[in-house]
Write a protein that binds this ligand. Structure first.
Ligand code: BES
Ligand code: ZN
Length: 871
C-alpha cells in the first residue's frame, strides 16, 4: 500500500526471517493486585537450528508498557550493562545457546483502556493478545511462528475473584490467606497470541460433549451472574459446531475443557484463545426478550467461527501476520458453510454476498485497498479487514468449487495432518489443494497477491445461428498496484429461455456449467433455440463485479423464475439500482418507477410463503450508502431524497400487500426457528414500507407491536419505525424503552443505535446530546460503535449534513476515542474512506476535519487517516 506515515515502522513480507530463538516452555505467574499486577515469566529459550543466517548472539524480545523489575539467566541476575529496554524491545547481549530467562515485570491493567493485553472489564480481569497484545503482559518473541507450551499460575483475592482461568487444564491450586491461586497447563504448543487469562466472579453454564471418538469434553460458558439465562443459545451453537466439524472436516476437539467467557469491554467480536475463548457479550449472550433474531444468528456463527479456529488457526497457525487470511479467510468460509447447513442455505449465501459487495468491494475500490495477503503493513491491527476476512473466504470458496467437496475434504485433511503444530503460509494451503487435485493453481494464487475488485464485462449476441457470449476481465488499479494481471475466474452459468427454464448447454444435457476464465478475453458459443437470458455467476461463483447490459424484462425473468437464490437477489438489486440511479440524476418519477416494478414484485409477494426470509431479501431496497457508491461526485442529500421517494412509492404501489403482510404475519406465540424468524423479517419490512407510504395503520400496528412484543425483534422493529418515521408516540416509546432496559447494556446499545440512525441533519443535535448522555461510555467499544459507528456508517444523510456538523461530531469523537482506544478510533475512521467520491464542498469539509484529527493521532489512527487523506 501507498503513503505510509513517515515516522512509523513498516513491516514487509519480503523481509521475513525465521525466529532467532525458540521458546520451548513458558512458565507464567500472574499476581493480580489492586493497582498493579506482577508478572513473573520463565522462558526456556534455545537458538533456532533452522535459522542459519542468524549468528548474532543478542536476544531481542518484544515488550510494551512493562516496568522491568528484574532479569535473570539460568537463575543468575543479568548485569545492567548487558541489557537495554528501549523502543519496545528488550535486548540482552551474548546469551548462551540454550537457557532460561526469568523476568519480573509490573503492569497496570486498571489503566488499560486500549483493551489490548491484560485489562479490566466490569470488575473482572481478562486478556486480548491477538495480534500483538502479549508483549504488554511480559517480554516475549511476540510473533506467531514461535510456538511454546504454557504453564500459567493466576493469583488473586479469593472473594472478588473466585474464578481463575487460563488455557488448558487446571493442574494445581492453593490458598494463602485471603488470596488463592490456580495453575493451568496447556499441553499444546501455541503462539503467544492465543494466550488468555480471566479472573472474576462469574456464573457458569456447564454441559458436556462426547466427541466422535468417545472423549468427554466439559463445556463451560461464563458470564456475569445476571446473564446466566442468556447462555443457552451459545451452548447449543457450540455443540452443533463441534458435531459439524467432526462430520464435515473430520476435526475433533482436543482438550478436556472448552471455555467461553463473556466480557463487556471488547474491541472485536470474539477471540479463539486455546481452550479459553473470550467473547464480546454481544456475540455470546442471547435471549429472545433482549436479543434480535439477527443477534441470535450472529451468536451462532461467531461461536462456531471461534470453535473452528481450534484447527484452522490454533493447531495449524500462521507463520506471520501477512498470512492472516490463512486462518481468518478459511475460518470465515467454514463458519459460512456451517450457517448454511444450520439455516436456509440460499438465504445465508445472499446475506454473505450482500455483506461482501456492499462492504468489502468498496474497501477494495478505495484508498484502503490491499491484497488478501498484503506485502506490507504499519499497524497489524488495521489489517483485520473485510478483505482479509470476506474476500479471503471467497478465495477459499472458489478452491472448494474448483476441487469439488470430496477432493476439497481430502485436501484439508492433508493440510491439517501435514502442518499440525506448525506455523504456515497461504502457499502451503494452496499446495495441498494442488497436490490432491493435480491442478496447477499458480495463476489462481494471484487472488492472494492482487488487490482490487475485477470487473467482468459480458456481451452476447447471435452468430451463424449460435448464441455467443464473450467475457472480458479488467481489474482497476489500486494504491501501489497500477498494473493488474488476469485472474482465474470461475463463472457458473445457465441460460434461461423465455419461460425461465434453463437450456441444455452440451450434448450431455447439462443445464448449468462452470466456465473457468483465465485470460483477459474469452468467447463461448451455445446452441439456443430462441431468446436467452444469461444467468451468470450463479451462487456468486467469484467475487467480481458483473457488467452485463440486462434489459428490464430479463431482470424480471431472473428475479421471478431463476432457481439460483443469488441470481434472483442480484436481479432485484439491479432493478432497484437502475430505478434509483435515474431518480438520483433527477430523471423520471418514483411513482412511474414503482409501476414498472409492480408486476414482478407482486409475483415475489405472492410466493413469499415459500421462504419468507428470502422474500424479505428480494423486496428490500439497497441501502443509501450502496446507492451513493454508484455516484460520483456524490451528493448524499440527493441520494437520500431519491431513496426515500422510491421507498414511499413502493410503499404506496404495494400498499394493500404491505398491510396484509403486516397484519397476517402476526404471531401469537413466540417461536425461534428459522421460519418464524423469516416471517418476522418480512413482517417488519412490510410495516416499514407501510410507514413509508404514510398509511395511518402503520402507526397503530407499530404501537401495538411495541406495547406487547413477543421478542426483541418485534420490539426493536416497532421502536425503529415509530422513531424513524416520527410517528405519534415515538418519544414516549423511546423513553419507555430506555426505562424498561436501562440495566441491559446490549439492549441500550440498540437504543443508542436507533437514534443515531434517524435520517437527516436534524438528528445531529440529538446525537450530540447522546454523546453526553449519562449512559454513554467512551470506554465501551459496543456503545461507541452503536452511536458514533451508526452515525458515520449507517446514516449518510445526517453524517454528510451540508453544514459539516456531522463531520465535526465525528472528528471530535475520533480525537476523544483515540486517547482511550486507538484500535477502535482507527476502525471508526474507516467510515471516511469514501471521501474522494464526495462533491467538492463536503470533501473539503471532511478533509479539514480529519486533518485536524491527524495532527495528534496515534499510530493506528494516523495510518488510516494517512491513507484516506493521501498523505
Ligand atoms: N481472531 C479474531 C479476533 C481478533 C481479531 C482478535 C483482531 C484480535 C484482533 C476472531 O477469530 C475473529 O475473527 N472474530 C471476528 C468474528 C468472526 C465471526 C468473523 C470478530 O471479532 O469480528
Ligand atoms: Zn477469526
Amino acid at each position: 500500500m501507498d503513503s505510509p506515515q513517515a515516522d512509523v515502522k513498516t513491516t514487509r513480507l519480503a523481509d521475513y526471517t525465521p525466529p532467532a530463538f525458540l521458546v520451548d516452555h513458558v512458565q507464567l505467574d500472574v499476581d493480580l493486585r489492586d493497582g498493579q499486577t506482577w508478572v513473573t515469566s520463565t522462558l526456556q529459550l534455545r537458538r533456532n537450528p533452522d535459522n542459519s543466517q542468524q549468528s548474532a548472539s543478542d536476544l531481542v524480545l518484544d515488550g510494551e508498557c512493562l516496568t522491568l523489575e528484574s532479569l535473570a539467566i539460568d537463575g543468575e541476575p543479568v548485569a545492567a550493562d548487558r541489557y537495554r529496554y528501549e523502543k519496545d524491545q528488550l535486548t540482552i547481549e551474548s546469551v548462551p545457546q540454550a537457557f532460561s530467562l526469568t523476568s519480573v515485570v509490573l503492569i497496570e491493567p486498571e489503566k488499560n483502556t486500549a483493551l489490548e493485553g491484560l485489562y479490566r472489564s466490569n470488575g473482572m480481569y481478562c486478556t486480548q493478545c491477538e495480534a500483538e497484545g502479549f508483549r504488554r503482559i511480559t517480554f516475549f518473541p511476540d510473533r506467531p511462528d514461535v510456538l511454546a507450551r504454557f504453564t500459567t499460575t493466576v493469583r488473586a483475592d479469593k472473594k472478588r475473584y473466585p474464578l481463575l482461568l487460563s488455557n488448558g487444564n487446571p493442574v494445581n491450586q492453593g490458598e494463602e490467606g485471603d488470596r488463592h491461586w490456580v495453575t493451568w497447563e496447556d499441553p499444546f504448543p501455541k503462539p503467544c497470541y492465543l494466550f488468555a487469562l480471566v479472573a472474576g466472579d462469574l456464573a457458569c453454564l456447564e454441559d458436556s460433549y462426547t466427541t466422535s471418538s468417545g472423549r468427554q469434553v466439559s463445556l463451560r460458558l461464563y458470564a456475569e451472574h445476571r446473564d446466566l439465562d442468556k447462555l443457552d443459545h451459545a451452548m447449543l451453537s457450540l455443540k452443533n459446531a463441534m458435531r459439524w466439524d467432526e462430520e464435515t472436516y473430520g476435526r475433533e476437539y482436543d482438550l478436556d475443557i472448552y471455555m467461553i467467557v463473556a466480557v463487556s469491554h471488547f474491541n472485536m467480536g470474539a477471540m479463539e484463545n486455546k481452550g479459553l475463548n473470550i467473547f464480546n457479550t454481544a456475540c455470546v449472550l442471547a435471549h429472545p426478550s433482549t436479543t434480535t433474531d439477527a443477534g441470535f444468528q450472529r451468536v451462532e456463527s461467531v461461536v462456531a467461527h471461534e470453535y473452528f479456529h481450534n484447527w484452522s488457526g490454533n493447531r495449524v497457525t500462521c507463520r506471520d501476520w501477512f498470512q492472516l487470511s490463512l486462518k481468518e479467510g478459511f475460518t470465515v468460509f467454514r463458519d459460512q458453510q456451517f450457517s448454511a447447513d444450520m439455516n436456509s442455505a440460499a438465504v445465508q449465501r445472499v446475506e454473505n454476498v450482500d455483506f461482501l459487495v456492499n462492504h468489502q468491494f468498496p474497501e477494495d475500490q478505495g484508498p484502503m485497498a490491499h491484497p488478501v495477503r498484503p506485502a506490507e503493513y504499519q499497524k497489524i491491527d488495521n489489517f483485520y479487514t473485510l478483505t482479509i476476512y470476506e474476500k479471503g473466504a471467497e478465495i477459499v470458496r472458489m478452491q472448494y468449487h474448483l476441487l469439488g467437496s470430496e477432493d476439497f475434504r481430502r485436501a484439508t485433511d492433508l493440510y491439517f495432518e501435514r502442518f499440525d503444530g506448525q506455523a504456515v503460509t497461504c502457499d502451503d494451503f494452496v499446495a495441498c489443494m494442488e497436490e490432491i487435485s493435480g491442478r496447477d493453481l499458480t495463476q489462481f494464487k494471484r487472488w492472494y497477491s492482487q488487490a482490487g475488485t475485477p470487473v467482468l464485462t459480458v456481451t452476447d449476441g447471435w452468430k451463424e445461428g449460435e448464441y455467443q457470449i464473450s467475457f472480458r476481465q479488467h481489474t482497476p488499479p489500486t494504491p501501489g498496484q497500477a498494473e493488474k494481471q488476469p485472474l482465474m475466474i470461475p463463472v457458473r452459468l445457465a441460460l434461461l429461455d423465455e419461460a425461465g427454464e434453463p437450456l441444455p448447454l452440451d450434448a450431455e444435457g447439462n443445464r448449468e456449467k462452470v466456465i473457468i476464465l483465465d485470460r483477459e478475453a474469452q468467447t463461448l458459443s451455445f446452441d439456443a433455440p430462441g431468446p436467452v437470458t444469461p444467468s451468470l455467476l450463479r451462487g456468486f461463483s467469484a467475487p467480481v463485479v458483473l457488467d452485463y447490459a440486462y434489459d428490464h424484462d430479463q431482470l424480471c425473468r431472473l428475479l421471478a423464475l431463476d432457481s439460483d437464490g443469488y441470481c434472483r437477489w442480484s436481479a432485484a438489486q439491479r432493478l432497484y439500482f437502475s430505478a434509483l440511479d435515474r431518480l438520483v440524476k433527477g430523471e423520471g418519477s418514483a411513482a412511474a418507477e414503482a409501476q414498472t416494478l409492480l408486476p414482478v414484485l407482486e409475483q415475489v409477494i405472492g410466493r413469499a410463503d415459500e421462504d419468507p426470509a428470502q422474500a424479505a431479501l428480494l423486496l428490500s431496497l439497497p441501502g443509501e450508502v450502496a446507492l451513493g457508491d454508484r455516484h460520483s461526485p456524490l451528493d448524499p442529500g440527493s441520494v437520500h431524497v431519491a431513496h426515500q421517494a422510491m421507498k414511499k412509492a413502493l410503499g404506496k404501489a404495494l400498499q394493500t400487500h404491505w398491510l396484509s403482510l403486516a397484519e397476517n404475519l402476526i404471531a401469537t406465540e413466540l417461536e425461534m426457528d428459522g421460519r418464524a424468524m423469516g416471517r418476522r423479517q418480512l413482517r417488519n419490512l412490510a410495516l416499514d414500507y407501510l410507514a413509508a407510504s404514510g398509511h395511518p395503520e402503520a402507526q397503530r400496528l407499530a404501537v401495538e407491536l411495541f406495547e406487547l412484543p413477543l421478542c426483541m425483534t418485534e420490539e426493536l422493529a416497532a421502536l425503529r419505525i415509530l422513531v424513524h418515521y416520527n410517528l405519534a408516540g415515538a418519544n414516549q416509546a423511546l423513553a419507555q424503552f430506555a426505562e424498561r432496559w436501562s440495566d441491559e447494556a446490549l439492549v441500550m446499545d440498540q437504543w443508542f443505535a436507533v437514534q443515531a440512525a434517524v435520517p437527516g441533519p436534524a438528528s445531529l443535535p440529538r446525537i450530540e446530546e447522546l454523546m453526553a448522555h449519562s449512559a454513554f461510555d467512551w470506554t465501551v467499544p459496543n456503545r461507541v460503535r452503536a452511536l458514533v459507528g451508526t452515525l458515520a456508517n449507517g446514516n449518510p444523510s445526517a453524517f454528510h449534513s451540508p453544514d459539516g456538523e456531522g463531520y465535526r461530531l465525528f472528528a471530535a469523537a475520533l480525537t476523544r476515542l483515540d486517547r482511550i482506544n486507538p484500535q477502535i478510533a482507527a476502525r471508526l475512521a474507516n467510515a471516511a474512506a469514501r471521501m474522494a467520491k464526495l462533491e467538492p464542498g463536503r470533501r473539503g469539509q471532511l478533509q479539514n476535519a480529519l486533518q485536524g484529527v491527524k495532527k495528534q493521532a496515534s499510530d493506528n489512527l494516523g495510518e488510516v487517516l494517512g491513507r484516506i487523506l493521501g498523505a
